[in-house]
Design a protein around this ligand. Sequence first.
Ligand SMILES: Nc1ncnc2c1ncn2[C@@H]1O[C@H](COP(=O)(O)OP(=O)(O)OP(=O)(O)O)[C@@H](O)[C@H]1O
Length: 254
Amino acid sequence: MKIDVDGLAVRLGRRPVLGDISCTLQPGCLTALIGPNGSGKSTFMRALAGLLPHEGSIGFGATGTRRRPDRVGYMPQLSAGAVGLSVIEVVLLGRLSRLGWRVPPADLEACAGWLARLGLDALAHRPFDALSGGQRQKVMLAQALASESSLLLLDEPTSALDLRHQLDVLESVRSLTHERQLTTVAILHDLNAVARYADRVLVLANGQLVASGTPTEVLKPALLQATFGVQARCQADVDGLIQVIAIAAAPETA
Ligand SMILES: Nc1ncnc2c1ncn2[C@@H]1O[C@H](COP(=O)(O)OP(=O)(O)OP(=O)(O)O)[C@@H](O)[C@H]1O
């Protein structure tokens, strides 16, 4: 589902956190949302998920007139504990809006399928609170996927994962996005992962959208210096993918 964001502004308490953001998110496209700490990425994602009041409009569908999908696959940055719940029960919560008093076998099977797709089937009946940080993060991704929403919002989905699992997860998210024409937004800090997996990139700084485009268009030394305060080299590898090599924190300007 296409999403048109027009003049989005968010205040948290009295603080203006996002100002006048306009962009379009396309179905079948994995969009990476990048920017320094505190630049407003999670706030933008929560506004997209319908969790925050805002000014400006967020339009859904080809004409921007459809409602936000009832189910949104949203994976927050920090997952709360889930006292007493097993892994499969945590994943089932992703389908809560369609469940009644009884859980139909088809829903259980679907959740077991998402766990299997992420290589977590052996954990299905373990207590969620007894998992490692990386295992919990993958279970929370399974929960977001189990919503089977056309809108997938992932706030730092790989921050607790080892390198192998980061690659597995981003590969899965990208192929699901393309196969199922999902509108996917993922907040990522690893710019090389952005270069490899994202179709588009949005860059936030101080609550403003400062750049957007393909990874090749966006990941450039001048932008990384201005936005992240980092001196970096950006070079194409043999596959044409951009590699970002951070050299040093740029000297502070007066
Ligand atoms: N409840 C709140 N009330 C007031 N200000 C808030 C609140 N939550 C977040 N902020 C502020 O809003 C700004 C943006 O926060 P946000 O979490 O969106 O940033 P972020 O880009 O996701 O950061 P990070 O990369 O560190 O996760 C920060 O300055 C933060 O301190």
